[in-house]
Write a protein that binds this ligand. Structure first.
Ligand code: KE4
Length: 414
């Protein structure tokens, strides 16, 4: 007897807060019943009722190769058959770390963890230890996971649900997070000037993707480098989404700005739970057991995750990047219509329901979210699944071939 999506949703509703294990999946911003997805292959996913969709969620970024890529599946299978977890260092984490460092030379040392949240919070702990300072500076609409100090004026699901931050974060903790406007160097300089010698780190998504996609204006990232240096603060690039997606070496390669620390996740785990923080050796050597900054994880460097990440990165050839660029550009071109604006960096894109691409979160928030929800529903009915929020990026994968792009454009409402 087939269990329908409705049956699964009913059982989930009695088990998980809001019926989900991550808020954005609840479809609160777009309405309708969230899908129960049971299978993925290439650019497609299937729900429990047997409906097939062209998928632009891609697990929110990890699946740059698409669903169930044979090389990734085979790597996971082999690692599982070898006995999947030991609580000891293994060859897989060494190989993946060497691959990452070969493409992101700013990462002289690295520590694997199990989520982007863990990676971001650990990077800030290192920065605070290195500088002896307490304050951190983030950007309005920037999302770096759900660690207390980073939920202040965050993007992604926090913005999707129109939450001011999060209940349960002590005011004293939130007070240690300064918030600047993305693409606004004056707002950064002003905060640094008002808190001389107090800011440990500036953390930024080098391409914002949690307010929808907002590209850095020319000079913005270079300006952050200069301002962080002038203030004695650590510059942290959160490349959980952009890492290995927007270029072989991530946004730091694309824009030619070298951070002190980089936060990674998603793609480096090939779809399995992963995060990493890395950067200057003098900073990473502060991390236990080499130094006094404690950070640990039972499943960090997990063999199956390392195998999936290595298999993924090895598939990312120049031809794959060229294909991603060409097909994402074609999709973006086909999306253009009056009253909307497409923002794109590589295979990351967002269709904003406003007349021009936003330069920051305040502008992104004045998009017509009701119009987005109607558009989302029309595409879903047409067999195309978008991330269920105006403030999320569309993730084009290497599996989205020309036919997938054509079918997507044909599904657009008039
Ligand atoms: P995780 O803890 O969810 O693995 O990573 C947190 C994170 C950190 N930094 C950036 C730039 C991120 O985008 C994320 C997580 N991304 C969201 C989607 N935009 C995850 C989706 C969800 O929360 O369900």
């Amino acid at each position: 007897m087939t269990i329908t999506a409705a049956d699964w949703r009913e059982r989930a509703a009695g088990l998980f807060p809001g019926g989900v294990n991550s808020p954005v999946r609840a479809y609160r911003a777009v309405g309708g019943e969230p899908p129960i997805l049971v299978r993925g292959a290439g650019p497609h996913v299937w729900d429990a009722d047997g409906n097939r969709y062209l998928d632009y969620v891609g697990a929110f970024g990890p699946l740059l190769l698409g669903h169930a890529h044979p090389a990734v599946v085979e790597a996971i299978r082999c690692a599982a058959e070898a006995g999947g977890s030991f609580g000891a260092t293994g060859p897989g984490e060494v190989r993946l770390a060497e691959l990452i460092r070969s493409r992101m030379p700013s990462i002289e040392r690295i520590r694997f963890v199990n989520s982007g949240t863990e990676a971001a919070m650990s990077a800030l702990r290192v920065a605070r230890a290195a500088t002896g300072r307490d304050l951190v500076l983030k950007f309005d609409g920037g999302y770096h996971g759900h660690a207390d100090s980073l939920l202040v004026e965050a993007g992604s699901g926090v913005a999707t649900l129109s939450l001011p931050g999060s209940a349960g974060v002590p005011a004293a903790v939130a007070a240690q997070t300064l918030v600047a406007a993305y693409n606004d160097l004056d707002s950064v300089a002003g905060l640094l000037d008002r808190h001389p010698g107090q800011v440990a780190a500036v953390i930024v998504e080098p391409v914002a993707a949690n307010m929808g996609v907002v590209a850095p204006l020319p000079g913005f990232l270079e300006g952050l480098r200069r301002l962080a240096d002038g203030a004695g603060a650590i510059l942290v690039f959160d490349e959980v989404i952009t890492g290995f997606r927007v270029a072989p070496g991530g946004a730091q390669e694309l824009y030619g700005v070298r951070p002190d620390l980089t936060v990674l996740g998603k793609i480096i785990g090939g779809g399995l739970p992963v995060g990493a923080f890395g950067g200057r050796a003098d900073l990473l050597d502060l991390v236990a057991p080499a130094g006094p900054v404690y950070q640990a994880g039972t499943l960090s460097g997990h063999p199956l995750v390392m195998a999936a990440g290595e298999a993924t990165l090895k598939e990312l050839t120049p031809a794959v990047y060229a294909g991603l660029e060409a097909r994402a550009a074609r999709l973006a071109e086909g999306l253009r219509r009056p009253g909307t604006a497409v923002a794109r960096v590589g295979s990351l894109l967002t269709l904003f329901f406003r007349a021009a691409p936003p330069r920051d979160f305040a502008q992104a928030k004045d998009s017509d979210r009701a119009a987005f929800a109607r558009f989302f529903g029309a595409l879903r009915s047409g067999g195309v699944l978008l991330p269920p929020s105006q403030f999320e990026a569309w993730f084009v994968s290497a599996a989205h071939d020309d036919e997938a792009i054509v079918r997507t454009l044909e599904s657009l409402p008039a």
